[in-house]
Design a protein around this ligand. Structure first.
Ligand code: JCF
Length: 747
């Protein structure tokens, strides 16, 4: 055998293996080799083929990379028309369709239907001759489509060669090409990073990818396909029923929906529809309904067609998740935290199963990116339980004279300045609790189920109470009198009394609920529970200082001290003015500045000490409390108006049982100090080590410049020598004892 023959055999073997793995991956969904191994086979085949270009065949798996761009697509006349589907929008329409089918078939029993999800993609016809893919065409108008063979050949889910040998000499297979959700996200992510235009949805991305004249671009797009039917078949039909025919296609290596099922009668259809509806969001691709087909081909033949759609099939559609509507106005809402959020007021539209008349625009960056304006026609999307959003603007429909949306400079509710910090997406009203919007939201939050859970105090009622000036803050709720509440809109005396009772009941609460109810930025339900458990009492929480929560390591203290004191600023400089100055260490944030203010009046007093005085070891470690949260927490309790509300709440009788919280930590006078023990000591080393650690010291095994003390016993050796060389303080046991005694005396 010649060397060339060996390579010919190896090439054939590799192609077969790769085809087999594609089949397992795309058709069976049961890959049995890792991606890296697949890549290795592919590379080996590529290497052999480039050494022997004469052995390259068009159906080799290496030939899916796309070819030279076309100048236009050629038209293809379908030998059998590509059908579309009639739609049913509810159970009644489904029942009516089922009845028509039974009447025409003169059947009294139930009809067997084949069911599958209806993919939101692009219909394609694949023509195989002698088992080879020879043509792929889009549906077009059903009679005539475009030749997209070069593009379709790049889709790995589509076999270039059918498996086995029991296929008709000529067979046309119809199916839907689509882009899986994850592939779509990745593609858009890539486009965003490259500063390119993103696709609105997976359907558009799939269509755009298949309509590429340059198939090398199509090759980079994550397209997939499920086959759902047959076109022209030479000779006998592959099977008597649809599900059996699909099973044969699958055997030939063609991908079929894994959800394909046979169901009985219209009840079976409706149950299948409900099941897929529940799983819709979890499916890896977009669908817009479910397709049902009479399973028996002879019965399909009897039923025939009307216009372009078969009588034997129907699409039971889900409520659309995207609809077109117009933006009547863009307004700004102020939330509990003062966030000023743009909202699109829409001409009401039925989408995703509900009528939508508002959609959030999130923030100004988003408004600018999407360029949404009053008067625009927009695509609105509501998927599953998510809040409705504006997907994009239909630019072609923009009327003349629209204006870009501008962020208001003043709060639409209270008129305070709106502040949008540089680099941040969210703009905020600076009015705080002066702002009625923030007070309303604060009271709503205070009364909500996971906070004080005040039964019967709904949003509308809170708004009335604030608008009529009956309350200003949550504490005022508890001073309300029956006749005040009964005087409000839609408030009978009975419900007014119920509310008073609910208010009374809500006074008995827990520390966690109370903390959550205060609405401190960043303190959610879980964090409130954490703080209550860890600290035990409101007093302990209110007494927290940033210095209790924030660390400054020795190295940070040194760089900061050196930098701040070397700036040559006057000693009266307030420390927060150092924030954002050139050369400031990265870790020096607002939290650190405020913490230093707790300890040093100004720059002068900071520089009058050594850098080690800037070091800080926090005494409290609370899960999840980082610098930002610590600042928000401490700042909140610093505000006099917040303290006032808290005092009022307690005065009107809001109460809870206080726990102990863990004991206050022991004083740790040796925090930050590093010890090394060496030589023979009078007590076990571990005992001394534990004692030192209890006082906050770190005890290590080797001496370095960072070591503060070496405690040397009898016959100390190299560690002692090294300590002396580095100038580290050396103590004998007596010296250690007096050091510790000194600490106790000063306590
Ligand atoms: O998934 C689809 N979009 C889909 C379209 C599925 C089917 O079973 C179809 C189809 C269009 C026509 N069946 C026909 C006959």
């Amino acid at each position: 055998m010649t060397a060339k023959q060996d390579e010919r055999d190896r090439i054939a073997a590799l192609r077969e293996q790769i085809d087999q793995h594609n089949y397992r991956y795309y058709v069976l969904d049961e890959p049995n080799i890792p991606d890296a191994e697949y890549d290795r086979l592919m590379r080996e085949l590529q290497a052999l083929e480039s050494a022997h270009p004469d052995l390259i065949t068009p159906d080799s798996p290496t030939q899916r990379v796309g070819g030279a761009p076309l100048s236009a697509f050629t038209q293809v006349v379908h030998r059998m028309p590509m059908l579309s589907l009639d739609n049913a929008f509810d159970a009644d329409e489904m029942a009516a369709w089922d009845k028509r089918v039974r009447d025409r078939l003169k059947l009294s029993g139930v009809v067997e239907y084949a069911a599958e999800p209806k993919l939101d993609g692009l219909a394609i016809s694949l023509r195989y001759e002698d088992g080879r893919l020879v043509q792929a065409a889009t549906r077009g108008d059903g009679t005539q489509g475009e030749d997209v063979t070069a593009n379709v050949r790049t889709i790995k889910a589509i076999p270039l060669k059918l498996r086995g040998d029991d296929w008709p000499r000529v067979v046309e297979v119809r199916g839907e090409v689509f882009m899986p959700k994850t592939g779509f996200e990745r593609l858009n992510e890539r486009a965003r990073k490259a500063g390119e235009k993103t696709f609105v949805n997976p359907r558009n991305a799939a269509a755009g990818s298949l309509r590429q004249l340059d198939s090398r671009i199509t090759a980079t797009r994550p397209l997939a396909m499920f086959c759902y039917g047959l076109g022209e078949v030479e000779g006998d039909h592959p099977a008597p029923t649809h599900d059996q025919a699909m099973a044969r296609l699958r055997g030939w290596g063609l991908p079929i929906s894994p959800e394909l099922q046979v169901v009985q009668g219209v009840d079976g259809c409706l149950a299948y529809y409900a099941d897929i509806g529940r799983r819709r969001d979890a499916l890896p691709y977009d669908i817009d309904g479910v397709v049902f087909k009479v399973n028996d081909y002879a019965a399909q033949q009897t039923l025939g067609f009307v216009a372009k759609a078969p009588r034997w099939a129907i699409a039971h559609k889900f409520p659309a998740q995207e609809e077109l509507t117009t933006v009547e106005a863009v307004e700004f809402q102020v939330g509990r935290t003062g966030a000023v959020t743009p909202v699109a007021r829409l001409t009401p539209v039925f989408v995703g199963g509900v009528t939508v008349s508002n959609a959030t625009l999130h923030n100004m960056d988003e408004v600018e990116r999407k360029d949404v304006r009053a008067g625009d026609t927009v695509i609105v999307r509501r998927a599953g339980d998510v809040i409705p959003e504006v997907v994009s603007v239909v630019q072609e429909h923009r009327p003349a004279g629209t204006e870009p949306v501008v962020l208001p400079s003043h709060c639409p509710v209270c008129g305070s300045d709106v502040i949008k910090p540089e680099g941040e997406a969210v703009a905020r009203c600076s009015g705080g609790l002066y702002c009625a919007a923030q007070r309303k939201e604060a009271v709503k939050h205070f009364a909500s189920r996971k906070a004080l859970d005040i039964d019967g105090l709904g949003d509308k009622l809170v708004e009335q109470l604030i608008d009529s000036d009956l309350i200003h803050d949550p504490a005022d709720l508890f001073d309300l009198r029956l006749e005040q509440i009964a005087g409000l809109e839609r408030m009978a005396e009975k419900s007014a009394q119920n509310l008073l009772n609910a208010l009374d009941a809500a006074k008995q609460t827990t520390l966690a609920r109370f903390l959550f109810a205060l609405g401190i930025m960043g303190i959610g339900e879980a964090m409130a529970a954490n703080l209550a458990r860890e600290l035990g009492s409101l007093q302990a929480i209110m007494a927290l200082r940033l210095a209790d929560l924030i660390a400054v390591k020795p190295s940070q203290a040194k760089t900061f001290h050196g930098w701040a004191c070397g700036l040559g600023l006057p000693p009266t400089t307030p420390l927060p003015t150092l924030l954002g100055r050139a050369g400031a260490p990265k870790w020096f944030t607002e939290a650190h500045a405020l913490m230093l203010v707790e300890r040093f009046a100004d720059l002068g007093s900071l520089c009058a000490t050594g850098p080690e005085q800037v070091e800080n070891a926090p005494t409290r470690q609370i899960d999840g409390v980082g610098d930002v949260l610590a600042t928000q927490l401490v700042t909140f309790f610093h505000q006099p108006h917040n303290r006032e509300v808290i005092d009022k709440l307690i005065a009107v009788g809001v109460h809870w049982e206080e726990g102990q919280g863990p004991a206050a930590p022991e004083r740790q006078p040796l925090q930050g100090k590093t010890f090394v023990l060496t030589g023979t000591l009078s007590r076990p080393r571990d005992e001394i080590k534990t004692e030192l650690q209890a006082l906050g010291a770190k005890v290590t095994g080797s001496v370095s410049k960072k070591t503060d003390y070496v405690v040397a016993g009898e016959a100390a050796g190299s560690k002692l020598t090294k300590a002396q060389a580095l100038g580290v303080t050396v103590l004998d046991e007596q010296g250690l004892a007096s050091l510790l005694q000194g600490l106790i005396d000063t306590a």
